[in-house]
Design a protein around this ligand. Structure first.
Ligand code: ZN
Length: 492
């Protein structure tokens, strides 16, 4: 029996009322789970592993509930533009990836997330130009090799790019967008069949990997594809994940496509429910938040990405007050520009204060830490598995050195972690009891080799894909005209 002791750590324990308490104790870990918390140092048997944790802050492993690992290979390339234009510019490096490139991209994210204390991730993997089994396998293999806990949500879409925006004839003004804007999508039935095979091969693998259907967004999918994804999730007991109303153009398009808001439409399709989580949800109609809360659906808040793309400011306090289940995500490293959930916690806390100067409308560091741990686990369908330090839970734990700038002096560990830390103090990370990061370095991966290979692959891909950017450029002027039309009068 594999037994590990974490001795004398300052553990942050989250009680039923949602309050964090610091408790110095020793954790007994058996078979990858927390067996018990002991107030006095344990008597351990010969052969048992002992990790001295005195001087360490022990927190539940963080849960990054929304990112896109393929974008790790193009971080830094996207200019400062709103989502629809950002997507055009970032498409050049994303196209025609080999399985090796996709594997390396996922490993880059694993290194980054583990170093910043995350143990679990939902990876909404995009495909360009089309869903491919080798690509999905490469991502799953990366999480298997890194030792992270992951929910892999392959992105599905079947509407042409130009049809996913409310472009008018005036916006298009005769632009030739056939090469990029109207290329055909893989049929819905084919995408569902590929996902069925991926579920068969990987869902439940090593009890760490799971699969979730990931429709890109309502306006990027036919109703038939959305319903098939929902049916697949229900049949296999999976989470269902998609983007929702990230920008104003998306809201306008959904209103014209459906004759009602996107949330009402999803509800009509039976896709609001406890297994559903939606990234962003910034441009809701009145009553949408309440409707989602009543249905038990969840929202993944991505504050840094929203700010980077100028998408809008999320009403976090109001969403909490209506009872929505909430998690935190980084979104992609090309629109964030990192996968650092500690940084995201700080942004979520501070941006909640941009909605109102009244302190009762703000959220606290402790509330945000709960979103990034137990909240995130619950939203991904892993609430009984990870996200809390308690007997029976997986030993997914992050240990931070207290002898570090952010914690010296140590007066309020939660506030100092959420608002003052950066990941620099993360020393050790355990996933299912296995130390996948020790002394700030990954034990499962060769970080230097990954970074060196990624550099060469990224440079080559950007060179080889120069033509993709040229094709996409035909849509740039129409989208700029669309933005100017929809946001007339909004500019300061
Ligand atoms: Zn996203």
């Amino acid at each position: 029996m594999q037994v590990t002791w974490l001795v004398d750590a300052l553990c942050l324990v989250h009680d039923a009322a949602g309050n964090w308490q610091g408790r110095t104790c020793s954790l007994e870990l058996r078979h990858g789970r927390i067996a018990a918390l002991h107030d006095s140092p344990p008597q351990h048997a010969p052969g048992e592993v002992v990790l001295a944790a005195r001087g360490m802050l022990c927190v539940p492993g963080l849960v990054n509930a929304h990112t896109h690992s393929p974008d790790n290979l193009i971080r830094g390339t996207a200019p400062d533009l709103p989502l629809e234009l950002w997507s055009l510019h970032s498409s050049a490096g994303r196209e025609r990836r080999s399985p090796r490139e996709v594997y390396l991209a996922a490993l880059l994210g694993c290194v980054e997330m583990l170093r910043a204390g995350a143990t679990t991730v939902l990876d909404h993997i995009r495909f360009s130009p089309a869903m491919a089994p080798e690509t999905m396998d490469a991502v799953a293999q990366a999480y298997r090799d890194a030792g992270m806990r992951a929910v892999i949500a392959p992105v599905m879409a079947d509407r042409a790019v130009a049809d996913t925006m409310p472009l008018t004839e005036d916006d298009l003004d005769g632009a030739d967008i056939a090469a990029y804007g109207h290329r055909p999508a893989m049929p819905a039935a084919e995408q569902i069949a590929l996902l069925e095979a991926f579920i068969r091969d990987w869902h439940g693998h090593e009890a760490r990997l799971s699969v979730a259907p990931g429709p890109s967004a309502p306006q990027r999918c036919s109703d038939a594809l959305l319903c098939a994804a929902g049916e697949l999730a229900a049949r296999h007991g999976l989470a269902l994940h998609m983007h929702l109303l990230e920008t104003r153009p998306q809201r306008e398009l959904c209103l014209s496509l459906y004759g009602r808001g996107a949330v009402a439409h999803l509800n009509g399709l039976g896709l609001l429910g406890p297994r559903s989580s939606f990234a962003h949800a910034l441009w809701l109609e009145p009553g949408d938040a309440e409707l989602m809360a009543e249905a038990g659906a969840a929202v993944v808040h991505n504050p840094v990405s929203n700010a980077r793309l100028g998408s809008g400011v999320f009403g976090l306090r109001r969403m909490r007050d209506v009872g929505l289940r909430l998690a935190l995500g980084t979104d992609s490293a090309c629109c964030n520009d990192s996968n650092n959930l500690i940084e995201t916690m700080k942004a979520a806390t501070l941006l909640s204060r941009q909605k109102s100067p009244m302190p009762e409308a703000w959220v606290s560091p402790g509330e945000v830490l709960a979103m990034a741990t137990a909240g995130g686990a619950d939203v991904l369908g892993l609430g009984a598995v990870t996200g809390r330090i308690a007997p029976g839970m997986a030993a997914d734990l992050t240990l931070l050195r207290l002898a570090s700038p952010a914690f010296s002096p140590l007066l309020d560990p939660v506030r100092q972690l959420v608002l003052g830390e950066s990941g620099a103090a993360v020393d050790t990370v355990l996933v299912a009891g296995r130390a996948v990061l020790r002394h700030g370095r990954c034990t499962t991966l060769d970080e230097g080799a990954i970074w060196a290979e990624a550099q060469a692959l990224a440079e080559k891909r950007l060179r080889d894909n120069a033509g993709v950017l040229a094709d996409a450029a035909a849509l740039e002027r129409p989208i700029r005209r669309m933005y100017a039309r929809l946001h007339r009068g909004c500019c300061a």
